[in-house]
Design a protein around this ligand. Sequence first.
Ligand SMILES: *[C@@H]1O[C@H](CO)[C@@H](O)[C@H](O)[C@H]1NC(C)=O
Ligand SMILES: *[C@@H]1O[C@H](CO)[C@@H](O)[C@H](O)[C@H]1NC(C)=O
Ligand SMILES: *[C@@H]1O[C@H](CO)[C@@H](O)[C@H](O)[C@H]1NC(C)=O
Ligand SMILES: *[C@@H]1O[C@H](CO)[C@@H](O)[C@H](O)[C@H]1NC(C)=O
Length: 261
Amino acid sequence: MSPAGIFLILLVKSCHAQCRHWLTPEFHFASNRILQGHVFQTKTVSSAVGCGRDCSMDQQCASFNYNASSHLCELNNKTRLQSPCTFVEKQGVFYFEGKKTSAGADGSRAFSIVGQPAQQSSNYTNWFAGKAVDGSSSTTKNYCSHTLDEQAPWWRVDLGEDHCISKVRILNRAGSTSRRLTGAVVRAGDNTTVTNNPTCGSPVTAAQAKPSGGTIEFDCCPELRARYISVDIPSKSILQLCEVTVEEIPIDHCPGKSSGE
Ligand SMILES: *[C@@H]1O[C@H](CO)[C@@H](O)[C@H](O)[C@H]1NC(C)=O
Ligand SMILES: *[C@@H]1O[C@H](CO)[C@@H](O)[C@H](O)[C@H]1NC(C)=O
Ligand SMILES: *[C@@H]1O[C@H](CO)[C@@H](O)[C@H](O)[C@H]1NC(C)=O
Ligand SMILES: *[C@@H]1O[C@H](CO)[C@@H](O)[C@H](O)[C@H]1NC(C)=O
């Protein structure tokens, strides 16, 4: 049986009513994963169950990491969804969060940018910038943006105010021209000159651009405070986008900035 299975059986056997709120279908468990940088208490316990019990009884505890060889129990004051960039792979440790704090309104979530003002470096006929935020998941003509074939084409949407961006997704065009997206860079920030803003994830690879009508994901790590989301290709190319969608975390959880702005 997997460590996960053993852990759950132990938890059920030893917890009873005391930590019932952990034992719901809404819990989240991950092997070989750890949430880094949000530990507010560390202790050595005899088993994962003890770690879970300690967490469930502490108001501040949102999730925990448990190292099965050292029996080190780390209580976190955030969940993976509140800080997706710090949820990383680590062998021999597991991560657990219960219902009390799981997902929901507090985590990384999609928000609509449909209809937000968008611009691009040039227009190819009527494939305007706004078509990448028209709410349509169609990957054909009339539902995608498209620049001319030019040096360093770019596209940018204005969110109107700062959001803390955790993820961006691009829906690529259908057909063999999907390959044109190779090398595209996603950015998020407050500068209207898109190339002054930090990047999310890595430039699109040829393999990512190949699937017709494919979806490509970009993780912004750390999460970025941004009014503008953009895509640019730093060479002579055509930039075409069928839809751009984003996820955010609550702005008061945004890393690297003091609160109250
Ligand atoms: C959460 O824990 C970190 C230490 O990892 C600490 O710096 C931070 O102040 C804590 N946040 C809250 C809201 O308690
Ligand atoms: C878990 O504990 C073992 C034994 O102390 C240690 O060697 C290992 O590095 C720890 N793993 C992590 C990810 O901290
Ligand atoms: C593209 O067309 C739109 C809609 O007519 C226009 O507002 C925008 O200024 C044009 N962009 C460029 C770069 O010419
Ligand atoms: C945008 O970047 C330029 C060049 O670094 C800088 O001079 C300008 O102040 C920036 N604008 C904003 C709004 O940050």
